[in-house]
Ligand binder design. Sequence first.
Ligand SMILES: Cc1cc2nc3c(=O)[nH]c(=O)nc-3n(C[C@H](O)[C@H](O)[C@H](O)COP(=O)(O)O)c2cc1C
Length: 199
Amino acid sequence: MNKSLLFFILFSFCFQNGAGTEQRQTSNSILIVYLSRTNNTKAVAEMIHNEFGGDLVAVELQNPYPENYDTMVRQVAEENASGFLPPLKTKVDMGQYDTIFFGFPTWGMQLPPPMKSFLTENDLEGKAIIPFNTNAGYGLGSSLKTIQKLSPDSTILDEFSVKGGVERDGIYFVMVGKREIEVREAVQKWLHRIMVVKN
Ligand SMILES: Cc1cc2nc3c(=O)[nH]c(=O)nc-3n(C[C@H](O)[C@H](O)[C@H](O)COP(=O)(O)O)c2cc1C
């Protein structure tokens, strides 16, 4: 899809959302797919869903990660080093989607292995990918480069990234109260910006 068409579609949704809820039915071609362990990225996914509608899908693994944080960090580091792609339980029929909001936490300053699996298992050629992310305050690391590498024939729009939890320090879900309002406003600004700037 070229950027003008994407702009038109996104603009139409924005306009229609203001005009009434029934027109959200036309947003079937939007997929909001996300990975989330402690629900911060999930909260951002739901904010996007509130604005655009579309299908909201959580990425689940065939063999879930351990509950214990340190064990999990070690496992992810090993997977990142070896290039292991954990098989996914989540299967999506990509044919029906043009626009993919693609959400993930930063893990080991990389795109999490399950999201590498998602981009490897699914063909996103010709589609628009709109990345969004939460992290512990250290940013996205190499995630965007990896998305580009694994989806060379997609149009990748400007990402949204925000500080979420700091599980290492026992801070889990933070998208409540004032923080939730701040992040929701930032999401709305970002959506507005990519609609205008990326035309
Ligand atoms: C295995 C693991 C590795 C992580 N590595 C990083 C990191 O390298 N940089 C960072 O800023 N945050 C890191 N985090 C923190 C998460 O990115 C942050 O808590 C995020 O908001 C979690 O999103 P979620 O609630 O959707 O799971 C890591 C968390 C986990 C579980």
